[in-house]
Design a protein around this ligand. Structure first.
Ligand code: HEM
Length: 344
């Protein structure tokens, strides 16, 4: 009761949830750095976490922290406004030492929340949520670098992210030291030190986020995450999981073949296999074959199986098409480049 009814209790909850969120944001920044330095390792982490129970517990815990932090922020704002009545600080009357951020924590929090909604739609909803729902998506949820590719190839993404990062800088910079104050830490020397530590911490984390957004945007425009041969091998190894459910007892053997063969060979082989199965299914569902199928339940079952497999392979072919879409774009011609061939 003390935590929700008293002002000190509410501030304590804000401070505790805020501290956990600062740690999460810092951890997230380190994870993004992995995506830049070792993109294949990043995808392996995405695969390891996925929608497994430990990742789900972490996500639910995180959502709980965000929700409690937001609800308590609203409660404290209402409480403060009631206490002050109609007297609100105006720019001129603001007491000395009251920072701009401290007066605007709610607005800054709303901007961060708006950024978060866009961000979760771009990533979490297409990765973990897809896995939870068991939906067959065009891109396997473990291919984190492809979701970065998708998000950062949109012109508005870096703009929205930079706005979110600026709001997060102000919000975290103020929240960092004020959470210690809320917990009763009122030693002036230490508050001054904590302000400095908070400012450094926030600035390093946000500067890294900005740098990451720039690197991701450049790489996405160069289509690096689609073309990189190491990543392509890794995406290819995600295919067995995409078709596992639809290939029944044959899935294990096909999966092994895919894993053991190089990307180019699998891309070609899957296309041929999909064509073969599709034309077989088409033949079996021709008007002439319909009568035969009516009286032959085993054949009807076989047709159903072929259709399921053809659909499954169709998704894999679409995945390869997506990866290879930029492969055959013509290189600039020699004589289109000025002075490229001085002897001509
Ligand atoms: C360059 C900047 C960023 C990139 C590239 C990025 C990337 C990602 C990715 C790929 C995921 C999905 C992970 C998964 O579901 O497996 C994710 C989730 C998430 N991100 Fe970010 N992120 C960035 C910045 C931020 C910031 C600044 C915040 C906080 C304000 C944030 C908060 C979250 C949250 C809350 C989740 C959901 C975590 C979960 O429940 O699994 N992200 N991000």
């Amino acid at each position: 009761m003390w935590l929700s009814c008293s002002s000190v209790g509410r501030k304590f909850v804000m401070a505790l949830t805020g501290a956990c969120l600062v740690l999460f944001v810092t951890f997230h920044c380190v994870m993004n750095a992995v995506a830049i330095c070792w993109p294949a390792a990043y995808n392996s982490i995405c695969e390891f976490l996925g929608a497994n129970w430990y990742a789900l517990i972490a996500s639910v815990g995180l959502a709980f922290l965000f929700i409690v932090h937001i609800i308590y922020a609203l409660m404290l704002t209402v409480q403060n406004r009631k206490a002050r009545g109609n007297v609100r600080y105006s720019i001129e009357k603001r007491p000395a030492g009251v920072e701009w951020a401290s007066k605007n924590m709610l607005v800054l929090g709303i901007v961060v929340l708006a950024f978060l909604v866009v961000h979760l739609i771009q990533f979490w909803a297409k990765m973990q949520l897809q896995e939870i729902r068991g939906v067959e998506a065009a891109i396997p949820p473990a291919a984190g670098t492809l979701f970065i590719q998708e998000a950062f190839s949109l012109v508005w993404t870096p703009i929205v992210y930079i706005i979110g990062f600026i709001a997060l800088w102000f919000h975290m910079n103020h929240g960092f030291w004020s959470m210690f104050q809320s917990c009763g830490w009122d030693n002036e020397i230490w508050i001054a030190r904590l302000k400095k530590i908070g400012c450094w911490w926030t600035t390093i984390v946000i500067a890294l986020f900005v740098a990451q957004a720039i690197v991701f945007t450049v790489k996405a425009h160069d289509k690096d995450y689609l073309k990189d041969p190491v990543l392509r091998e890794q995406y290819k190894d995600m295919i067995p999981a995409m078709i596992e459910k639809d290939f029944g007892p044959d899935a294990a053997q096909l999966g092994n073949q895919i894993r053991m063969s190089p990307y180019e060979q699998v891309s070609m082989g899957i296309r041929q296999m999909e064509q073969g199965i599709r034309s077989q299914a088409e033949q079996m569902s021709s008007p002439e074959a319909k009568e035969y199928l009516k009286n032959n339940p085993a054949a009807a079952e076989q047709l159903e199986e072929l259709q399921v497999r053809s659909e499954s392979l169709g998704r894999v072919v679409a995945f390869f098409d997506y990866l290879e879409a930029s492969d055959n774009q013509p290189e600039p011609e020699m004589n289109a480049i000025p002075n490229a061939n001085p002897h001509k």
